[in-house]
Design a protein around this ligand. Sequence first.
Ligand SMILES: Nc1nc2c(ncn2[C@@H]2O[C@H](COP(=O)(O)OP(=O)(O)OP(=O)(O)O)[C@@H](O)[C@H]2O)c(=O)[nH]1
Ligand SMILES: [Zn+2]
Length: 186
Amino acid sequence: MTLDMNNHYREIILGVGENPEREGLLDTPKRAAKAMQYLCNGYHKSLEEVVNGALFESDNDEMVIVRDIELYSLCEHHMLPFIGKAHVAYIPTGKVLGLSKVARIVDMFARRLQIQENLTKQIADAIQQVTNAAGVAVVIEAKHMCMMMRGVEKQNSVMTSSVMLGAFRESCNTRHEFLQLIGRGK
Ligand SMILES: Nc1nc2c(ncn2[C@@H]2O[C@H](COP(=O)(O)OP(=O)(O)OP(=O)(O)O)[C@@H](O)[C@H]2O)c(=O)[nH]1
Ligand SMILES: [Zn+2]
């Protein structure tokens, strides 16, 4: 599989008009394949493995927010990066999730070929599934290289996507509190 990918990258180098035998490019197909495998390693992870049992009993039923989680993903249309931040919140119902696991869940879905809207939904659904929370909210703000480096070449546009489940969808107050706490409220 990796050997195959190496050959494909060699073809890409030829395709852009370069010489894959040039000294600086000799190991590039191998490196590029390895990098791409890393950037897409989310396909080989399961939610169970990522959470690793780190769910702790708690009678705290107030909103938990993890904000400004850095996010690197690849857009599925151009396979170019989109880069930004995820803000994740949930309202526990007896169990809280290990803090780092929230970020690991973000990574598990970000390290795939994605569109931002689906990524946002997959993270929200996974947090809901793992915690059985009374509500989950995910907001992602990201810049898409496919819009910056090529195409319309807009350098300053940021895409914001959100998914609200349970209490965040039903209650304006809960939603406002969340948006305020991530610095996006009025
Ligand atoms: N909604 C959404 N669109 C995305 C995302 N990533 C890339 N796109 C868009 O996907 C669309 C693909 O449009 P096409 O017209 O098929 O492709 P294209 O000719 O490369 O489009 P341009 O980028 O406009 O040059 C573009 O409008 C991209 O901006 C994303 O995460 N969410
Ligand atoms: Zn794109």
